[in-house]
Write a protein that binds this ligand. Structure first.
Ligand code: ADP
Ligand code: MG
Ligand code: MG
Length: 419
């Protein structure tokens, strides 16, 4: 990819860029744009995110530099991630506009995109969980987003030629996939300078993860599944800091890891992060709020997210069963008994994949490189370690025993048994 045309922007040069880019200038009301207000808000570890305001409106601009922001130039990373983020967001936006911000502009040479500003009172979902806020529509919205984006980019809806075209396009997002391969599926299971955990409390627990052969075999199988199974165009980083919410709205951002991968990776990311939020609650409980009711709400949200997803996904399948999808051709499978057997099998496998990926994502957040604010914000290290140990033990048993679960209700009982 050409270095030509790339310049890292700052607040001042971004103003000049916007003025000479009609697609952006018009979103801000056109005119002289002399009083643009720019704020860099990238709390993420990776990229630069600016909120740009004029009297007429606001937009968000995101730019990738050729390295990981929080580390610096010692950690190079392709700027092409912005192209994949904008492409995934556009495709998911076409399929589920209710829960994705519109992409206004992509400048691939500049590794820069602009999108709708998700206005306050939207906050990052993880922060809502830490504050103990209930989001009554979250399960409904997330199941909608996942059912639509996953179903409509799969072979249940598309023919194999179109599907392969998509796979080919996104298979170039190889560097981002490699991060996942290393940090989710490899490093937690070996000694790595990137790993960290709440020491000394969890020293033995981290060592036990590295020495658990059964666990390592499962992790390796999931890694292969992640790399080999081009099932649908997944978001690839669907944790609770990639979701912005109010009590009435849910918006999914930050799809730079997008590629054709296993559906269960997205579903598991979301469910696994809900389970982490659940185990973090004991660390946030205080005299004013014991968080018991809130923990119940999280469990109910886990249950509803899967059950609603499954219902909506199968509904889409039934609705489009005579369409172009080439996985289950209607002249072979349009027999209601056979179709329902096929659907039951598909959903059972997807459930087990989701539990596997979800628990692998929990484990890596406790003994791997990147942790979650839900747990990190528990100041007292021994109290935090207790929450983390419960989450870790729960995740290990789910990862190893995931094929024994038949319903999400059974998983909920299992989660509570480690609390
Ligand atoms: P990174 O890839 O570096 O993690 P994110 O896409 O997660 O970047 O964005 C970082 C932060 O910027 C988010 O946590 C959020 O607070 C803010 N942000 C990103 N996109 C938007 C948007 N469209 N509207 C409002 N805020 C946003
Ligand atoms: Mg992010
Ligand atoms: Mg990101």
């Amino acid at each position: 990819e050409a270095e030509q045309g790339f310049r890292p922007l700052d607040e001042a040069s971004l103003v000049a860029y916007i003025k000479t880019t009609p697609a952006l200038a018009s979103r801000l009301g056109g005119g002289s744009l002399d009083s643009l207000e720019i704020k860099e808000v990238g709390d993420g570890n990776v990229n630069f995110v600016y909120i740009v305001r004029s009297e007429a409106g606001a937009i968000v601009v995101k730019q990738a530099l050729p390295y990981v922001r929080s580390v610096g130039d010692s950690w190079p990373m392709t700027r092409e991630r912005v192209y994949f983020e904008a492409s995934t967001l556009r495709e998911h936006g076409r399929l589920c506009p209710e829960h994705t911000p519109e992409v206004y502009h992509l400048d691939r040479a500049m590794s820069l995109m602009a999108m709708r500003y998700i206005e306050p009172p939207h906050i990052i979902l993880r922060k809502g969980f830490i504050a103990g806020v209930e989001y009554p529509l979250l399960a409904d919205h997330m199941s909608d987003y996942m059912a639509k984006t996953l179903f409509f980019t799969s072979l249940l809806y598309n023919n194999t030629t179109d599907h392969k075209k998509g796979v080919a396009k996104y298979s170039a997002n190889v560097e981002m996939c490699r991060l996942t391969e290393q940090f989710v599926f490899s490093d937690p299971y070996r000694v790595s300078k990137f790993n960290r955990w709440t020491s000394p409390y969890l020293d033995k627990d981290a060592e036990a993860v590295r020495e658990d052969e059964e666990l390592k075999l499962e992790a390796a199988e999931l890694k292969s599944l992640f790399m080999e199974r081009a099932q649908a165009l997944i978001h690839g980083d669907l944790h609770t800091a990639s979701i912005m919410v109010t009590t009435g709205s849910t918006q999914i951002i930050d799809s730079e890891f997008g590629f054709y991968g296993p559906m269960g990776y997205d579903i598991g990311a979301f469910l696994g992060n809900l389970i982490l939020a659940y185990y973090a609650q004991n660390g946030h409980a205080d005299q004013a709020n014991d968080r018991k009711a809130y923990k119940k709400w999280i469990l109910k949200t886990i249950e509803e997210s899967w059950n609603l997803f499954q219902k909506k996904f199968v509904e889409l399948w039934n609705k489009h069963k005579e369409g172009n999808g080439e996985a289950y051709l209607p002249d072979i499978y349009n027999n209601s008994k056979l179709l329902s057997v096929a659907q039951k099998k598909y959903m059972t496998n997807l459930f087990h994949d989701s539990l596997g990926f979800g628990s692998a994502k929990m484990i890596r957040r406790i003994v791997g490189i990147a942790h979650v604010e839900d747990l990190e914000s528990i100041k007292d290290a021994s109290r935090r370690a207790e929450c983390e140990r419960a989450a870790l033990n729960c995740a290990k048993t789910i990862l190893k025993g995931r094929r024994q679960f038949e319903t999400i209700e059974q998983v909920i009982v299992h989660i509570q048994s480690f609390d």
